[in-house]
Design a protein around this ligand. Structure first.
Ligand SMILES: [Zn+2]
Length: 230
């Protein structure tokens, strides 16, 4: 990754940029995490991706995850923490990372604090979108019939990644979407509480066009990183 050399070249002052993105499904978290990561030359680490990778690579934690999933169980804190630890130990994460989907619990958050200890501040960005807007977004979500990517609201024609046709996602009804969101918000509330009093925590208004959100994230990040070094 090109950004690695550049960041190190800034000298001893260079500080790792460790970012956690919080936010419910439909908040645009994945898109923003991707933009942030490529803009700063950081690896975007999403738990779905690294779970698949670890299982494929057959690491100790990957094998544990596979056994759990094959038994039809949810991946517990220990395995999730193990897999993220393995991932953050890789050289490309030394300059920082953008985490998407981890931590999900306070236990995981406390473990993450241990992992980044001595590696620079941890900036936490919480993308907030009103529940009704989320429900509407999730219920009207479109995907590419060819490559499966989630369509961004602005895409009017075909998929901008591969040119494929956009189709409505076969999804659950509004009531099920609403219920799933409520469960998510209830489960992640302790996590937001865990972080919200820190000087490096920023709440971002995600009910705006994606480019505006990206700009807000950029200034929030600069501000949070500055407050961490004071
Ligand atoms: Zn496509």
């Amino acid at each position: 990754m090109d950004g690695v050399g550049n960041q190190v070249a800034h000298g001893a002052e260079a500080q790792a940029l460790n970012v956690v993105m919080l936010g419910p499904p439909g908040a645009g978290k994945g898109t923003q995490a991707q933009r942030l990561a490529s803009g700063h030359g950081l690896p975007k680490i999403s738990t779905g991706d690294i779970l698949r990778e670890a299982v494929q690579a057959g690491t100790e934690m990957g094998l544990a995850a596979r056994v759990t999933m094959e038994a039809g169980n949810l991946i517990g804190d220990d395995v999730m923490i193990g897999i993220v630890t393995e991932r953050l130990d890789r050289p490309d994460a030394r300059v920082g990372f953008v985490l998407d989907g981890f931590p999900r619990t306070v236990v995981q958050a406390a473990a993450l604090d241990g992992m980044v200890d001595g590696r620079g501040p941890l900036v936490v960005l919480d993308i907030v979108v009103p529940e009704d807007v989320l429900v509407r977004r999730l219920a009207t979500r479109r995907i590419c019939s060819k490559c499966g990517v989630n369509a961004v609201v602005e895409w009017t024609g075909n998929c901008q990644a591969c040119g494929g046709t956009l189709v409505a996602r076969i999804d659950d009804g509004v009531e099920i979407v609403r219920e799933r969101l409520k469960v998510f918000l209830r489960q992640t509330k302790p996590l937001v509480d865990y972080y919200s009093t820190r000087s490096t925590f920023r709440s971002i208004d995600g009910n705006q066009p994606p480019d505006v959100v990206t700009a807000k994230i950029k200034s929030a990040l600069d501000e949070a990183a500055r407050s961490a070094t004071l």
